[in-house]
Design a protein around this ligand. Structure first.
Ligand SMILES: Cc1cc2c(cc1C)N(C[C@H](O)[C@H](O)[C@H](O)COP(=O)(O)OP(=O)(O)OC[C@H]1O[C@@H](n3cnc4c(N)ncnc43)[C@H](O)[C@@H]1O)c1[nH]c(=O)[nH]c(=O)c1N2
Ligand SMILES: CC(C)C(=O)C(=O)O
Ligand SMILES: [Mn+2]
Length: 491
């Protein structure tokens, strides 16, 4: 009831101020990419690193989201920071849009070239530059993927725990401030990046914490590193990242448990988190998600709301934590509590969890999922998840709920067939209700996927007019010609 009143008053304020429609970006006109532009890029980079073929441009026109594709005019594959700098400076002088491209696994249309221009694919810069085992940090080039980094470091006793389901590039993850299942214990990209090398829109190359610096803490001036984490390619191109690594835990145990009532499952999470039990993963899948999970990954779990959890640490403490979690689940009417210690069992479970997007798409052949991504203070989770489930049921639409609930973050996957505008409108409406309720509960419109194209309308509501205009002033100062990933974050 309380939230409904808040929702109404929020909507009224937005309506009367016209906030959602307000356009903060000055209209910028760009120059067209011509044959002579392509020739200049080839002169800068060499023949073999510049592509205008339709198949290559199409591949760079979209990510994994439902957003309409938009092709760049040309795609380049630089292999050094100097080349990135030359291309960006050239585009700046010639007023041509630049769209950074990692692996294209984003979920808010971040790589879609809505104004055309030059897509810069970072995959040829994929080396590990430096490993500091005793300090637990590594420095990498932008195109290396998180799985490649972990393979490289396997023998060092260290791992990089941030794990979006996709095997995306580490600097794409910096750009979207990604997280995943381990953030509840290890934090998101924001807490794990120590330094970034960035090519600014005018071609200057900076190191956000100073060249070569990798101190675990600093009070030296503005936090420029975190300005670029989550900047979605709108302020510059990240060409190198120094990130924190973590010790591979001595012992890891996974557990899952089922619940008849959604409230019981989510209340258990709130109790686990509020009582300070240091879970490493704490994931929720509702009954509908479990149905998709079973079918896609050949599991036979009861079709019920479920929690998947994992604890890390020394042997004795892991068993103690496991017992504490068991007790809380059972006291909230959980059943079928199962634990697994074997690496293969754990890997199989988390692989299946990471593939939920494809499991849900498989429920409706030919569909692509529209994915929501709100995050609230953990104590507000039951209220928003219960409400979301009611909205989905009322709309009589397929919408499995899955979440990194230990952080208060969850998604609904809505599989939609191309051209089904009725379904899309229903889903847009539910997504809007979820965002408004999340904001009313002091949460955010995106916990980990970013603003991109899909959440622009909510940014203003989240941070306010002065908040957005301060962000725009930063953008204007660093990118006065607006060449960097135009149309993203801001209208
Ligand atoms: C199956 C599955 C599962 C998940 C996810 C995706 C998929 C397909 N994701 C989302 C996704 O993996 C995440 O957004 C990645 O961080 C994007 O990395 P890419 O390298 O693919 O960037 P991609 O190429 O998609 O680009 C994303 C944005 O970053 C910019 N960018 C890329 N590289 C850049 C660079 N070097 N410098 C500056 N800007 C750059 C782009 O311009 C764009 O705006 C996710 N996410 C998450 O947080 N948690 C999760 O649980 C999941 N789960
Ligand atoms: C694929 C998406 C929605 C994701 O972030 C997840 O599975 O956690
Ligand atoms: Mn996620």
């Amino acid at each position: 009831m309380f939230s409904r009143v808040l929702l109404r008053s929020l909507e009224k304020i937005f309506k009367t101020t016209g906030c959602t429609k307000r356009n903060y970006s000055p209209k910028i006109s760009f120059n067209k990419v011509t044959d002579s532009t392509v020739k200049s890029l080839r002169d800068l980079l060499g023949e073999k690193k510049v592509f205008t073929e339709e198949a290559v441009r199409e591949q760079h026109s979209h990510d994994e989201s439902y957003h309409t594709s938009a092709m760049p005019d040309v795609v380049v594959f630089p292999d050094s920071v100097e080349y990135v700098s030359k291309v960006v400076a050239f585009c700046n002088t010639n007023r041509i849009p630049v769209v950074p491209y990692g692996t294209g696994t984003g979920l808010e249309g971040g790589v879609n070239a809505v104004q055309g221009g030059v897509s810069i694919n970072m995959k040829n810069m994929d080396k590990v530059v430096e490993v500091n085992g005793l300090d637990f940090d590594v420095t990498v080039q932008p195109g290396i993927t998180r799985e490649a980094l972990n393979s490289y470091c396997r023998d060092t006793g260290m791992w990089f725990p941030i794990d979006p389901g996709a095997d995306c590039s580490v600097c794409g993850m910096c750009a979207t401030s990604a997280s995943g299942t381990n953030a509840v214990k290890y934090g998101t990209m924001r807490e794990n990046v120590l330094n970034l090398e960035v090519v600014l829109p005018d071609g200057r190359i900076i190191h956000t914490s100073g060249k070569g610096r990798r101190a675990k803490k600093t009070s030296a001036g503005f936090n420029m590193t975190n300005l670029f984490v989550g900047s979605e390619g709108t302020l510059g191109i990240i060409t190198q990242a120094t990130v924190k690594m973590h010790g591979i835990p001595e012992k890891t145990v996974v557990a899952y448990c089922h619940f008849k009532k959604i409230e019981d499952a989510v209340d258990t999470v709130i109790q686990i988190v509020s009582s300070g039990i240091p879970v490493a993963k704490c994931e929720f899948l509702d009954d509908s998600a479990i149905k998709a999970f079973n079918a896609y990954s050949d599991y036979h779990m009861p079709v019920a709301h479920s929690l998947f959890m994992e604890v890390h640490g020394p042997e004795a403490s892991v068993h103690h934590l496991f017992n504490e979690i068991t007790t809380l689940c059972i006291s909230n009417n959980g059943y079928g509590f199962t634990g697994a210690e074997q690496a293969e069992d754990r890997a199989r479970l988390w692989k299946a969890r990471h593939e939920m997007l494809y499991a849900v798409n498989a429920l409706v052949p030919g569909s692509k999922s529209f994915v929501t991504d709100v995050c609230v203070p953990v104590t507000k989770l039951t209220e928003i998840i219960v409400k979301t489930k009611q909205w989905i049921d009322k709309a009589n639409i397929i919408g499995p709920i899955v979440g990194h609930v230990g952080d208060g973050n969850f998604h609904v996957f809505f599989p939609i067939k191309p051209g089904d505008t009725t379904a899309l409108n229903t889903v847009l409406d539910i997504s809007k209700q979820m965002v408004l309720l999340s904001l009313a509960l002091n949460g955010t419109c995106t916990g980990e996927h970013g603003i991109g194209l899909g959440k622009r309308k909510y940014l203003l509501q989240e941070v306010g007019e002065d908040g957005v205009s301060a962000m725009q002033q930063v953008k204007q100062a660093l990118d006065p010609n607006g060449i960097m990933n135009p149309g993203k974050i801001f209208y």
